[in-house]
Design a protein around this ligand. Structure first.
Ligand code: GUN
Length: 731
């Protein structure tokens, strides 16, 4: 039956001793991360699922999991091994890897789950950790106190306190073995936070979120989302987050988007036992199937009917393989989504798989986001949700800051189009992040003057109406032109900025009638609240005439003639204004500083009429537009000019200060690695341009941050800043 040959995959090499226990983020998408956890039995790529192996009852051999399925880590139960003399003696003598015949990393659980199921366990807190260390596990688990949803608040509180109190002795017993520090707290967000803070204060290697099995069994997915959002923001970013007992692929995208790195579950085998199949969109019964819901390699040559007719044992193995293969495929797809910056989109799509999952997703993307400036469709979502949930909840402020934790880690501007998928699109964290950034950083150039709003058609707007805009500005230098995109109002300078300029969706998204009340609110967010505005429909038969009519309506001059002298000068003024506006957004500069920085810049243009280089008044190449997303890149000279301005930290580009030993490397253009950072300014977040300083504050490089400021200080491995230019080349 086995289609694999033992030993077809090489055993893993141990990670470098100094690296064992370290967790590195290789790629990220908001709070979702593709990571690498170093263990003495190889480097484990996350997010991943640790299949549960019952040492007494193996459905799929651990060796096959390694050889055939490429599974890098599994979990087994140390309490079961400890209780059975034969297993215990074997494990103590030859180690747990030998007992299971598995060369990869092994995590063990402690018996807490048995205590939850059977009432109690006979093993001591230190005893079980010592045992796990002695049998050579890669990651052990302390004996935490399971919190059930039906416990009273006092009981949950007591369990959280007791678990936290056991941390120190457990860590001492673990010695150099990596240890899981589970987070408990039932359904009480404040107790979850308390547990997370208490456990985070101890040097655990991994933090599982515990007590969630009954929550998942009862399909209380909104509660699960709340548990995650209460716990994860409190945990140190350099430790993987593990979802204890969670193995349904339907839940992976949402939990990964909220920061989950590890999953474990016996579901693949347990479900198989009673004829149930896992799919990424739910569970199905073999009895109901004429066709496979997804065609997995292990059933490619079989029909459901042939599997139904198999002997029980054989059928269980086939279904276990099916469940495992589905699980692995979904995790691979989630990792790919993180690489592509589309994990939230995947969670959004997946949320339609089950009403309770949909409820969870809507709660996530609307309730905590109430403080977020909404767009009309999102406003509708927020309103309907507001009616359903209690606005007076004492947790509201916490949910908002947990939502900020998600939004603040988004990489904006991102790459590629914002693919519209209905109303959910408007509350995606990356959209919220882009809007917040615009509203926070941008200020108009003049105090007054009318506003013209272009609406009705998608970009590229420069190609569509660029010359009309130039001619309108030529006649009215105080004019403010804005574009109405389906995700908000943006100043003309950002006509090519992702995601505003890259919404991929039906034409009618742009054709919707202008909602004047909403436009007023959008203008207020752009600090243009008191200004008079007129609109120009870009679908008008003659956009030029519509433009002139709007200008006249606002008491302004119509566009100048197309051959009017001096139009090239106005184009130059607009390009400078764009460089100033984008510097405000990208480099966190106040308008006056951005204006000084850009000065009377000149521009090197590409053959397609787009800016390639920006040179300041002294001819120094200070900026280059980023291809494809409307962002800006700082150049070496630009970094030097900005640094020489001596700006205050809160009105300057993000900075990272590195230790002395990193200076020769980073100064020569190597990336800033975690572990060498002394300070990071609070505005640091993935994707933002930053200056890299030496310990005495001198500028040594500039680049693009890969992390938030908390991560910059906490992480120990991986790239913190991708350096674009080293400014102290070694002599
Ligand atoms: N397995 C499933 N849930 C839990 C939990 O809360 N604690 C431990 N230790 N193991 C679990």
């Amino acid at each position: 039956m086995a289609a694999w040959r033992e030993g077809t995959r090489e055993d893993p090499g141990a990670a470098r001793e100094a690296h064992v226990g370290r967790f590195e983020v290789k790629a990220r998408d908001g709070r979702a991360r593709v990571g690498a956890l170093s263990t003495a039995h190889g480097v484990v790529t996350t997010p991943t699922l640790l299949p549960v192996i019952n040492p007494n009852l193996r459905t799929i051999e651990p060796r096959e999991m390694w050889d055939k399925y490429g599974i890098e880590m599994l979990i087994t139960n140390s309490y079961i091994i400890w209780k059975h003399e034969r297993l215990r003696e074997h494990a103590l003598e030859h180690g747990v890897h030998h007992l299971l015949d598995y060369p990869g990393a092994i995590m063990t659980d402690s018996g807490t789950f048995q205590a939850y199921v059977y009432g109690d366990v006979e093993v001591g807190v230190e005893e079980i950790v010592t045992f796990q260390r002695d049998i050579g596990v890669d990651v052990a688990t302390m004996l935490d106190v399971f919190t059930r949803p039906d416990m009273t608040r006092d009981e949950v509180h007591e369990a959280v306190v007791e678990t936290t109190q056991r941390a120190e002795a457990s860590l001492a017993a673990a010695g150099s073995t990596m240890l899981n520090g589970p987070i408990q707290g039932g359904l009480h967000p404040d107790l979850r936070r308390m547990s997370a803070r208490g456990m985070a204060a101890h040097p655990f290697s991994v933090h599982p979120i515990g007590g969630i099995v009954p929550v998942m069994e009862q399909q209380r997915y909104a509660d699960l989302a709340r548990v995650m959002l209460a716990s994860a923001p409190e945990l140190p970013p350099d430790r993987p987050v593990h979802m204890f007992g969670c193995g349904h692929p339907m839940l992976f995208p949402m939990l990964i988007a909220l920061g989950a790195d590890l999953f474990d579950s016996a579901a693949y085998a347990l479900f198989a036992r009673d004829g149930r199949l896992l799919t990424p969109t739910g569970t199905v019964h073999l009895a109901d199937l004429r066709e496979w819901p997804v065609l997995m390699p292990c059933v490619a040559a079989l029909t459901p009917e042939t599997v139904r007719k198999m002997e029980d044992d054989e059928r269980m193995v086939v279904l276990s393989r099916f469940n495992l293969e589905v699980t692995l495929a979904e995790l691979a797809a989630c990792r790919q989504a993180v690489h592509e910056g589309r994990i939230w989109e995947r969670a959004e799509r997946r949320s339609h798989a089950h009403p309770a999952l949909r409820e969870a997703f809507l709660w996530l993307s609307t309730s905590p986001a109430r403080g977020t400036a909404p767009i009309p469709a999102a406003e509708h979502l927020l309103m309907s949700d507001r009616a359903a949930a209690s606005d007076t909840s004492p947790d509201r402020g916490h949910w908002e800051s947990a939502w900020d934790w998600v939004v603040g880690a988004q990489n904006t501007p991102g790459q590629g189009a914002l693919r519209w998928a209905g109303e959910d699109t408007f509350v995606r964290p990356a959209v919220v992040a882009s809007r917040r950034r615009l509203h926070r950083a941008w200020r108009p150039a003049s105090e007054d003057g009318a506003v013209v709003i272009l609406h009705g058609a998608p970009g590229p707007w420069r190609d569509r109406v660029g010359t009309h805009v130039t001619r309108a500005y030529a006649a009215n230098p105080d004019l403010e032109v804005l574009v109405l995109s389906p995700i908000g109002l943006v100043p003309w300078s950002f006509e090519d900025l992702q995601p505003f300029a890259h919404v991929e969706g039906p034409e009618w998204l742009w054709r919707r009638p202008v909602d004047h009340a909403w436009v007023r609110r959008e203008m207020a967010r752009l600090h243009l609240g008191h200004r008079h505005f007129v609109t120009v429909n870009l679908r008008a038969e003659s956009v030029g005439e519509a433009f002139d009519a709007a200008l006249l309506d606002a008491g302004l001059q119509p566009r100048v003639a197309p051959n009017q002298e001096g139009l090239a000068d106005v184009e130059l003024v607009l390009l400078r204004a764009q460089a100033v506006d984008k510097s405000m957004l990208e480099l966190n500069l106040e308008r006056s500083v951005a204006t000084e920085f850009v000065g009377s810049a000149t521009f090197v243009m590409s053959s397609t009429g787009r800016v390639r280089n920006v040179r300041d008044s002294r001819g120094r190449h200070i900026l280059s537009p980023r291809l494809g997303n409307g962002g800006l890149s700082l150049t070496d000279e630009g970094a030097l000019v900005l640094h020489a301005l001596g700006l205050e930290e809160d009105a300057a580009p993000a900075t990272v200060t590195v230790s002395e030993d990193a200076v020769p490397f980073v100064g020569a253009g190597r990336n800033v690695m975690h572990g060498f950072i002394l300070h990071a300014s609070t505005q640091l977040r993935p994707g933002i341009t930053c200056l890299v300083l030496g310990p005495t504050g001198d500028l040594i490089a500039h680049g693009v941050a890969q992390c938030t400021s908390e991560e910059a200080l906490a992480m120990r491995k991986g790239i913190a800043v991708r350096v674009r230019g080293g400014l102290q080349p070694s002599s």
